[in-house]
Design a protein around this ligand. Structure first.
Ligand code: NAP
Length: 275
């Protein structure tokens, strides 16, 4: 066993994860002796791994695809927001072996928007969300929490958007995917949560005819950093926020709980993670 605290990101596959760069940069920046590792863990090894980690000096972990939902069952305590979202991305291991699970994706989203678009007010008008996957769930919970008046939702598989409406209530209006551009009319916050536009995936193409230049637009895809969707919104005069900050900010609460220092997300952090 090591004599310094360890944390990790658990996923499968995991080699693409930027979390080790992020947390090891923060450890170095704040002079904390600790280590953050990437652990490639298959579904059938998840429980055994989680149970074994505390005895090996691990004080916590991030969890990513495909374990964000299944890890909930392995935790002894799950925060309300993780329960609402139905997934966890941050684990804290207690000395007695108990596992606490939280979800910080919604926090990361909000912190990124506030930092990237100072003056952004989610309450100022409807939010239009493309996509109804795991990330959309976290963002819906966060937006509902801060009192966004209406959430417009369009997803390729409409049933999934309808299911979110059934779960999260009347504030959600579902739009048809083929007419998704129509939900931009009057929207003040616009978010792509689909994986479209990601390197290697199809481009995200939607009509921006109804997009107001006053809207703040974000794409949670961060590879590439400037997606075509963001560029098109910027060309219409909108303030745009890239998705890297969401990833960086979602790491803040975990790092603080594990290592006792609240880390900064700033240009140096972005540079370190992108290097
Ligand atoms: P997910 O649960 O698998 O959801 C994927 C979403 O993309 C669904 O709405 C899906 O629609 C849609 N989609 C996929 N292929 C599509 C296509 N060809 N046409 C139309 N829609 C399509 O994934 P997730 O966890 O929500 O993540 C979504 C994206 O966000 C990923 O690119 C991920 O890397 C990124 N992300 C970024 C952050 C960050 O910190 N910046 C955090 C989380 C996720 P269907 O329901 O119809 O399949």
């Amino acid at each position: 066993m090591t004599n310094f605290p360890r944390a990790a990101v658990i996923g499968n596959p995991i080699s693409h994860s930027l979390s080790p760069k992020l947390h090891n940069y923060w450890l170095q920046r704040y002079g904390i002796s600790g280590q953050y590792e990437a652990l490639d863990v298959s579904k059938d090894m998840l429980e055994a791994t989680i149970r074994a980690l505390p005895a090996q000096g691990f004080i916590g972990a991030n969890v990513t695809i495909p374990h964000k939902v299944s890890v909930m069952k392995l935790a002894h305590h799950v925060t309300d927001r993780a329960t609402l979202i139905g997934a966890a991305n941050t684990l804290i291991f207690k000395n007695d072996g108990r596992v606490f699970a939280d979800n910080t994706d919604g926090y990361g989203f909000m912190a990124n928007m506030r930092q990237g678009a100072p003056g952004w007010d989610p309450k100022s008008g409807p939010a239009a969300i493309f996509g109804a996957g795991g990330a959309a769930r976290a963002i819906i919970v966060a937006l509902a929490d801060v009192g966004v008046p209406e959430i417009r939702l369009a997803n390729r598989t409409r049933l999934k958007a309808e299911a979110l409406k059934a779960e999260f209530g009347a504030r959600i209006r579902v739009f048809d995917w083929v007419q998704a551009g129509s939900m931009l009319d009057g929207a003040t916050t616009v978010i792509n949560t689909t994986s479209l536009g990601m390197k290697g995936a199809q481009e995200f193409k939607v009509s921006l005819a109804e997009l107001s230049p006053d809207a703040v637009v974000t794409d949670i895809v961060y590879n590439p950093l400037r997606t075509q969707f963001l560029e098109a919104a910027a060309a219409k005069g909108c303030q745009t926020v890239d998705g890297l900050g969401m990833l960086l900010h979602q790491g803040v609460p975990g790092f603080e709980r594990w290592f006792g220092t609240r880390p900064e997300v700033d240009e140096d952090t972005r540079r370190a993670v992108l290097s």
